[in-house]
Structures are given as structure tokens and as C-alpha cells.
Design a protein around this ligand. Sequence first.
Ligand SMILES: NC(=O)c1ccc[n+]([C@@H]2O[C@H](COP(=O)([O-])OP(=O)(O)OC[C@H]3O[C@@H](n4cnc5c(N)ncnc54)[C@H](OP(=O)(O)O)[C@@H]3O)[C@@H](O)[C@H]2O)c1
Length: 322
Amino acid sequence: MKAVQFHEVGGPEVLRYGDVEQQAPAAGQVRLRVAASAFNAADNGMRAGFLPIPVELPHVPGYDVSGTVDALGDGVGGVVDGGPGNGLAGGLAVGDAVVGFLPMERDGGAAEYVVVPAEAVVAAPHSIPLADAAALPSVSLTAWQALFDDGGLQAGQRVLIVGAGGVVGKYAVQLAVRAGVHVIATASPRSIDAVRAAGADQVIDHTRTDLLDALDGQVDVLLNLAPIEPEQFAAYVDAVRDGGVVVSTTAFMATPDDASRGVRAATVFVQPNRERLAQLVALVDAGELTVEVTRRIPLEELTALHAEASEGRISGKVVVLP
Ligand SMILES: NC(=O)c1ccc[n+]([C@@H]2O[C@H](COP(=O)([O-])OP(=O)(O)OC[C@H]3O[C@@H](n4cnc5c(N)ncnc54)[C@H](OP(=O)(O)O)[C@@H]3O)[C@@H](O)[C@H]2O)c1
């Protein structure tokens, strides 16, 4: 089968597109015929050796994946519980359309086929193309975890989302609004309309307005998704009420707190959560969560995409089609 693989960490040139032996699923695993994998900044970081993730070499990138179950390992069909929440009544069967956030250290979906733990996948949304569904798993889970698990947000509270115009940000705005949270979001001119469309109650153009001046009172949670300067991030803590929370996905810098006012800091490290992913899929199918794909590229172009990401930010979500 065709795959993109790297045998050593390094620049984008370590990626090789070529033939790789197709694996059979072991007990507890299934093989997927990949519809698409999604590109994440962390794919670039893992390939470059920047992230503290013990990647098994050689490695196929692309931990967000969608596809069709093509072969079952021992015990999978009957063992995978079809109980409430996992989105797959009766367990997995050949031909099921699924989506998953795969273990990051193991092979991903930048290939024609990938063998995955059965518990890593749930039924794919049926209201969007299967390939586009690869854009959902880890980023929507990040947004959920940041808002509700790490931030503890509840209906009636206020959140300030910095960097709401990005991929995680638009999921976060939609999920927070849906949960009855008042959302104040920052966006630059190119993203203002999209953040408003996602449902933000107030959008502040951080390129033209001082954020702290524009706020009409404090918030319960500040969620930072943007590569802002640490000094600026520390200054934004003033926007959080006493006893509130500062949450950040930008794990490359420390998340500031203010212990004197009981404001705590939480840094997000996204975790797989099958039940939550099934809930997110259900929201997509209910029309309550929009999955945005900015570009669809063939697998052969993944090396060029990594090169582009190494030079600067990739805008929006790119899915990679084998
Ligand atoms: N820790 C984890 O588990 C985890 C998981 C997923 C993602 N992440 C990280 O979380 C961050 C957000 O992810 P993403 O996929 O949403 O990234 P993204 O699509 O690049 O979005 C980041 C947004 O930040 C905004 N921004 C850039 N510079 C800014 C500045 N100086 N001030 C204010 N806003 C600024 C941009 O908004 P405009 O469009 O308005 O200009 C951009 O859309 C990334 O660093 C990503 O690597 C971490």
C-alpha cells in the first residue's frame, strides 16, 4: 500500500511517499481503508522531534483519521461494547464508516490503510463527507476538554476565547454557545465573520482594540489558543474573576495564574475520549457543530504541506486523501 513515513526525525525531507507493507489487525484492532487523515501542527512537531511524544519509528503521521473498517482483529466484533455513547451499536463490522483520534506514538492515517485499536474509533458523522470527518476528532476534543474539563465552564458563565478564529477556536465558540455560556472572542479581520457565524456574543478585533479596554466586565474562564507573547498572556489574567480559570492549549509556554486571587491555570494536553467523540459526532449530525475543511490534498503532497507548515502557519484544517 502507499503511505508517507519517516524513519528518523528531522525536516520535512525525512518524509517518504512510497510502498509500505500492509499490516493485518491483531486482537482488539481493526484495519481501516483510509478516507482521509487530517494535518495537525503536532504532526509537524513529532516529525521534527520537538514534542515529548515517544514516536515509534518508522512512523506514519496523521493521528486524526476517517475511513471504512476493512478487516477485524480477533475479538473485536463482539467485544467492542455497543452501549450508549460509543456510537456503534453492536460493535464494529467490516464496512462501518468510522472516525478516530489515534494514539499519537503509533502509525497514523497518512496511508491507504491503517491498523488501529478498535476503541480508538466511533461511527463517523453521516451528514458530511467521510473524508471531511477526519477534520473533527482531536481538535473538537481539545475544544471540549479546554472549556468543560479543564475550564469547568457551566451555563450562564462567561468565557473569553483568545484566538477564536482558528480551528480549535471555532469549535470552542460553537460548543460554548451551545452550552449556554456567554462567549467573548478575539479575532483579526480575516476571521471576524467566521467567529461571529460560530455564534460568539461579542467579537473583539485584537489588532485594532485593546482587549482589556473592550471587555465589559470579567469572565469566569480565559481560554488562550493563540501564540501571544507571555507578557501579554499574563496581563490578560486581569480579565478573569477571582477564583476563575486560565486555560491554554499553547503548551509551549507556561499558563499564567494569579494565586493571590485564586485564579488557577490549566494547560490542555488533549486526551482521547471515545464517548465524548461520539457525542461530538452526534452534534455534527444534529447540525449543532460545523466541521470546516479548508483544503483537501493528495497524500503525495503531504511532504510539501509539512514544508509549508515549517515555514509558517497553515490556515484552517487540511485533510489528506490517499
Ligand atoms: N495542547 C493540546 O493538546 C493542543 C491540541 C490542539 C491544538 N493545540 C494548539 O492550540 C493552538 C490553537 O490550535 P488551532 O488549530 O486552532 O490553531 P490555528 O488554527 O492556527 O488558530 C490560532 C489562531 O490564533 C490567532 N492568532 C494568531 N496570532 C495571534 C495574536 N498575536 N493575538 C491573537 N490571536 C492570534 C489567529 O486568529 P485570526 O485568524 O483571528 O488571525 C489564529 O486563527 C495551536 O498552538 C495548536 O498547536 C494544542
